[in-house]
Design a protein around this ligand. Structure first.
Ligand SMILES: Nc1ncnc2c1ncn2[C@@H]1O[C@H](COP(=O)(O)OP(=O)(O)OP(=O)(O)O)[C@@H](O)[C@H]1O
Length: 793
C-alpha cells in the first residue's frame, strides 16, 4: 500500500509544488493578519503605561477573576511582555508595521515581491535598535528588551564596551548605506551646497542658483508677508519678491546641475513590472478559485496496483555468488589466452543475474582483434553457450568477456518495480526493463525513446518483455494519463488486458473489442491514430506549445479553454505484437501509417512498441528502422538477424529466457529482462478492473475506411484508399505506369490497374497508349494539390 501511494505521488509532482490560496482565503487570512497587527500595536502602546501593574498577573493568565490593565487585557499584557520585555524592547513596534504590510498585501492579492526584503530589513533594524538601547540606556531595560540587554552582555564579554560601540557603528553604516543608500558623497555635496550659498550671500549675490523649488515657494510666501530677514547678514534690503512683478532684479533660474562624473552618477533602476496577459489573469483566477485542473479527478479513488500482486519468483536475497565457478572461469580464460600467447595484466569480474562480465586488461602490445577472433575458442574452452566478447568496452580501456552463470537468477518484476530507481523515476513513461550486467535496475523513459522495436526468435522472452513494459506503466500511471492501443494478431498474448478496457485501453468508436486482432481493424486503427495525431497537432498549434508535456501543463493551469476544443491529452502507447504477420498480410497499408506515426507522433504523445519474431529486412524495413532508434533484441538464430535488429552482432550469442540487448543509438547494453508471468498480469488487471472505471474505453477518432475499390466507379468518394499516394508517386516520377505504383506501394497488379484508371478519370494521367507509359498531365505537386483540392469544392 505504501508503495502505491508513493507511486501515485510521483506521477503528479506539480500538485505538490503549487500550493496556492484561493482569493477568498487570501482575503480572510489577510484581514486576520492586519487586525492582529492593529491589536498588537495598541497592546504595545498601552504596555508602556501599565506594564508594571500587569507584570504580576502574567503567571495567572488562566484565572478568569484576574483582570489586566492593558487595553487588550491579559492577552495584550502577555503578548507585549513577550515581544517587548522578553524580546526586543521598544523596537518591537516595528513588528506591527511588518505584520500590517504583509496582511495588506495578502488582502489585496498583491504580488509579494519586496515583502521578504522588508522583513529582513525590519528585523535588522529591530535587532540594531534593541542592542543600541541595551548599550546606551542600560538603566531602562524596557527600551532594549531582554534581547538587547543579553546581547550587549554577551558581546561585551568578548569585545568590551568599545567593541560593542564600534559594532553598533558598523551596523549603522550598513543600514545607512544599504537601506538609505547614503554615501559620503551625499554629505560632501550637501556641505558644498551650504558653503556656496553662504559665500554667495556674503558677496550679496543672488543665490538663485541654489534654491530649490520648495525654497522658492517658501520665499514667495514670506514675501507676501513683506518680512525679509537675512539670517546671516541681518540685512533688510534684500530685493522684494512678489509674484505679480516678475521683472524685478531677483531672477529665479533653474538650479544649475553640478557636473557629475559618469562613474559617480547614480542611477536607480526601477523594477520592471511584467504586464500579465488577459488570458493569464483569467487563468490564474480560475486556478485561484478551483485549483489546477486535475485529470485524475474523475477516478479520484483509483488505487494503483499493490506490490503484493507480484511474485518474488523464489528470489529473495539477490544473486548468489559461486566462488568456485568464478575461479574456474577465470582460470580457463587466462589459460585459453595463454595458449594463443596473450598475456593478461589484470582481470576483474562483475556478477550479473544471468551473466558474469570478466574485464581483462591484456599485456601491452596485444592486438584487440586477436582476442576478438578467439571468441569461439574461448567459448569452446569454457564449454558455455552465449559467450560475448566486447572489445574494447566503450568508455573503458578493457576487454569484456561475458560468461553465462551456471545458475541464472530470475529477475523478478517485483524487484525492479520496488527499486528506488524506478520508484523515484521522474519520467513521463517510465519502463523498468530488468537488470543490467552489474545488477542495476535499468529504467528508461518511453517518451524519450520515442518508439521501441522488440525482436527475437520465438520463445526467447518477447511476450514477457511486452508484459514487463505494460506492467511498469500500470504501476506508475493513472488511467487518465496513459491509454494503450493493443494489436495482437496472435489473438492470445494480450487478451488478458481486456479487463482494463474502460481504464486504460483506447479503441475505435464502432468496434466491440478493444484489443485488435483483425487485420482490417488494424488498418482502420492505425489510420485513426494518424487522424488523432493530426488533431493533436492542431491543438498544439492553437495552444502555441511544442509538445504534449507543455500542452498538458498549460491545460492544467487552466490557460486553455475546453470550449475551444482543448482537453487533457493522455499519452497513447500503441503495442503491436507480431508485426511481421501484419506486414505480410497488409503490406504498405500498415507500413505507411506506422511510418507516419513513427516519424511525427513523438511530440504529441503517441508512442509505438512493435514486437516481431521475424527480424528480416522486409519486416523491419529501412523506414521503420530509421524511426525506431530504441531497439531490443532477444536471442536470435543468426548474426544477420542480429544485424537487422541492432546493426551489430551479439544477439545471436545471447542465452535466451529474457537475456536481451538494448540499444538507443550507439551503446549496446546487456540486460536480463524482468520476469512477470501470466498469473501475475492476471492479478494486476483484476485488481485494476475491479475498480470504478470510465463509462467506456478511450475513443479514437472515427476513420471511414475506403474499402479497396472493388468497382470501377470513378466517383471521388469511391476512390482507392491509396489514390492520393499513387498520384504523388506518378507525379513525382512523371511516369504513368501501373507497375510503378505496384512497386512503390507494394500493391497487386489488379489494384494498381484500378488506381491508374481512377487517375485517368481524375485527369492526372492520359489515356492508355499501348506499350508506352501513359502521359502524366500534372506537372508538379503544387498542381496536383490544386487539382485535388478543387475537386473537393
Ligand atoms: N525474463 C525472463 N526470465 C526468466 N524466464 C523467462 C524470461 N522471459 C521469458 N522467459 C521464459 O521463456 C519462456 C518464453 O517466453 P515468451 O513467451 O515471452 O517468449 P516469446 O518470445 O514471446 O515467444 P513467442 O514469440 O513464441 O510468443 C517463458 O515461458 C519463460 O519460461
Amino acid at each position: 500500500m505504501a508503495k502505491k501511494s508513493k507511486s501515485s505521488k510521483t506521477t503528479t509532482p506539480e500538485k505538490r509544488g503549487s500550493f496556492k490560496l484561493s482569493k477568498q482565503n487570501k482575503i480572510i487570512l489577510g484581514s486576520l493578519i492586519m487586525l492582529f497587527s492593529i491589536a498588537l500595536f495598541f497592546a504595545f502602546l498601552s504596555f508602556f503605561f501599565v506594564w508594571q501593574d500587569d507584570q504580576s498577573l502574567l503567571s495567572e493568565f488562566s484565572d478568569r477573576n484576574q483582570e489586566a490593565k492593558n487595553i487588550l487585557n491579559k492577552f495584550g499584557a502577555s503578548i507585549s511582555h513577550f515581544f517587548i520585555f522578553k524580546g526586543f524592547g521598544i523596537a518591537s513596534v516595528i513588528f506591527t508595521f511588518l505584520f500590517f504590510m504583509s496582511g495588506l498585501k495578502l488582502f489585496l492579492s498583491l504580488k509579494s515581491t519586496g515583502l521578504l526584503r522588508k522583513w529582513i530589513w525590519g528585523l535588522t533594524f529591530i535587532i540594531w535598535i534593541s542592542i543600541a538601547f541595551g548599550f546606551f540606556a542600560r538603566k531602562y531595560p524596557l527600551l532594549g528588551g531582554m534581547v538587547g540587554f543579553e546581547m550587549n552582555d554577551f558581546l561585551q564579554d568578548y569585545t568590551g564596551k568599545l567593541g560593542v560601540f564600534l559594532l553598533l557603528l558598523f551596523g549603522l553604516v550598513i543600514i545607512l548605506v544599504r537601506l538609505f543608500k547614503l554615501t559620503p558623497d551625499h554629505f560632501t555635496e550637501y556641505y558644498k551646497q551650504k558653503k556656496s550659498a553662504i559665500s554667495k550671500e556674503f558677496k550679496n549675490e543672488p543665490a538663485s542658483e541654489t534654491f530649490t523649488e520648495e525654497e522658492i515657494e517658501a520665499l514667495i510666501q514670506k514675501e507676501e508677508k513683506q518680512v525679509v530677514v537675512d539670517t546671516y547678514t541681518h540685512k533688510k534690503d534684500i530685493p522684494v519678491l512678489t509674484t505679480e512683478t516678475p521683472n524685478n532684479d531677483f531672477e529665479v533660474t533653474a538650479p544649475v546641475q553640478e557636473e557629475v562624473e559618469p562613474e559617480n552618477l547614480k542611477m536607480e533602476v526601477e523594477k520592471i513590472v511584467e504586464e500579465t496577459e488577459e488570458a493569464d489573469n483569467l487563468a490564474s483566477k480560475l486556478v485561484d478559485d478551483f485549483g489546477e485542473f486535475d485529470p485524475t479527478l474523475e477516478l479520484g479513488n483509483y488505487k494503483f496496483p499493490t506490490i503484493e500482486l507480484l511474485d518474488q519468483h523464489g528470489v529473495t536475497g539477490g544473486i548468489t555468488i559461486n566462488q568456485e565457478e568464478l575461479e574456474e572461469n577465470k582460470n580457463k580464460i587466462v589459460e585459453t589466452l595463454k595458449n594463443y600467447k596473450i598475456g593478461i595484466a589484470q582481470i576483474k569480474a562483475t556478477i550479473g543475474p544471468t551473466v558474469t562480465l570478466y574485464e581483462i586488461v591484456p599485456d601491452a602490445g596485444v592486438r584487440i582483434s586477436k582476442i576478438k577472433n578467439l571468441e569461439d575458442d574461448i567459448a569452446l574452452s569454457l564449454a558455455a553457450l552465449g559467450i560475448r566478447i566486447i572489445a574494447p568496452i566503450p568508455g573503458k580501456g578493457t576487454i569484456g568477456i561475458e560468461v553465462p552463470n551456471k545458475n541464472a537468477t530470475i529477475v523478478s518484476m517485483r524487484s525492479v518495480i520496488t527499486s528506488s530507481k524506478f520508484q523515484k523515476a521522474e519520467m513521463q513513461l517510465p519502463i523498468a526493463f530488468g537488470k543490467t550486467i552489474s545488477n542495476e535496475t535499468f529504467v528508461v523513459d518511453l517518451a524519450k525513446m520515442p518508439h521501441l522495436l522488440m525482436a527475437g526468435a520465438t520463445g526467447q522472452g518477447k511476450s514477457v518483455g511486452l508484459n514487463a513494459v505494460l506492467t511498469s506503466l500500470l504501476y506508475k500511471k493513472h488511467p487518465a494519463e496513459v491509454k494503450f492501443v493493443l494489436i495482437d494478431p496472435k489473438k492470445v498474448e494480450l487478451t488478458l488486458f481486456n479487463k482494463i478496457e474502460r481504464h486504460f485501453l483506447a479503441k475505435l468508436p464502432d468496434s466491440e473489442d478493444a484489443i485488435i486482432t483483425d487485420n482490417t481493424k488494424v488498418i482502420h486503427t492505425l489510420n485513426s491514430l494518424c487522424i488523432e495525431m493530426d488533431n493533436r497537432y492542431e491543438l498544439l498549434k492553437l495552444a502555441l506549445v511544442r509538445n504534449i508535456k507543455e500542452y498538458n501543463t498549460k491545460f492544467k493551469a487552466r490557460k486553455l479553454n475546453p470550449n475551444d476544443g482543448h482537453m487533457f491529452l493522455p499519452y497513447i502507447v500503441l503495442v503491436i505484437d507480431e508485426f511481421a504477420d501484419l506486414i505480410m498480410t497488409a503490406g504498405k497499408e500498415v507500413e505507411t501509417p506506422i511510418a507516419r506515426l513513427a516519424q511525427l507522433a513523438r511530440a504529441i504523445g503517441i508512442h509505438l512498441i512493435i514486437a516481431t519474431q521475424r527480424p528480416s529486412v522486409n519486416v523491419i524495413t529501412g523506414i521503420i528502422k530509421a524511426n525506431f532508434p530504441a531497439r531490443i533484441a532477444f536471442r536470435v538464430t543468426s548474426k544477420i538477424d542480429s544485424r537487422t535488429i541492432l546493426d551489430t552482432q551479439g544477439a545471436d550469442q545471447l542465452i535466451g529466457r529474457g537475456d536481451m540487448l538494448y540499444t538507443q543509438g550507439n551503446d549496446v547494453t546487456r540486460i536480463q529482462c524482468a520476469f512477470v508471468d501470466t498469473p501475475e498480469v492476471a492479478k494486476i488487471v483484476d485488481y485494476i478492473g475491479s475498480q470504478r472505471a470510465y463509462a467506456s474505453a478511450h475513443m479514437l477518432p472515427e476513420y471511414v475506411g475506403e474499402e479497396s475499390g472493388t468497382s470501377l466507379d470513378y466517383d471521388i468518394s469511391d476512390r482507392d484508399a491509396l489514390f492520393r499516394e499513387a498520384a504523388e508517386v506518378i507525379v513525382i516520377a512523371q511516369q504513368g505506369s501501373a507497375s510503378l505504383i505496384q512497386r512503390k506501394l507494394k500493391l497487386g497488379y489488379n489494384r494498381a490497374g484500378r488506381i491508374i484508371d481512377q487517375l485517368e478519370a481524375a485527369g492526372i494521367v492520359g489515356p492508355f497508349e499501348g506499350s508506352k507509359a501513359r502521359q502524366v498531365l500534372v506537372t508538379d505537386m503544387v498542381a496536383l494539390d490544386n487539382l485535388l483540392n478543387n475537386e473537393k469544392n
